[in-house]
Design a binder for this molecule. Sequence first.
Ligand code: SF4
Length: 203
Amino acid sequence: MPALDTLQRPMRDLRISVTDRCNFRCTYCMPFDEYKWIERQEVLSFEEIERLVRLFLAFGIQKVRLTGGEPLVRKDLHRLIAQLTAVEGLPDISLTTNGALLSEQADALYAAGLRRINVSLDTLKPDRFTALTKRGKLEDVLVGLFAAKNAGMSPIKLNAVIIRGSNDDEILGLIEFARTALRCVSSSTWTWAMRTPGVSRKQ
Ligand code: SF4
């Protein structure tokens, strides 16, 4: 029998954060350089995550999305993907990532069974990208995107956080890039979120 939320809707989607760590420090999400991370022994093991997924399946969960932090900084994440794709009755697994480590992991993730990914991309200006993420390089994400495409992943979705006064002048440019990406990265779509300066995800 499906589990219901407080509005009596069946809960179908399960998001699992595999790590609280990230290789970026996006200004709207992790504005500080250092954080007190969850102790390693308190982080769920792959086996514990698999067990949780099996338990939630019994309550009607149909989709599992792996998130972080940045999930690809979790060592050997492809092993977890392989474990979850082997779970009988779980039709849909996806991953949300900043894309910076995709170029080195896309093949292993695909081989493990991952098909659907969401990649965050807030700007197409290299300097602005580094300023927004504090540690990221735009080129790494673009290379990662096409590594995912070349590995065979589909659909690849792109997420953009548009911040007034920061990157809202790039909406048309991002849409134009989406048209290009739609030719080069099949089945891509864009999703958008608007943020007001000074309001971070952690608040
Ligand atoms: S928004 Fe994503 S990529 Fe940026 S710091 Fe937060 S978790 Fe990392």
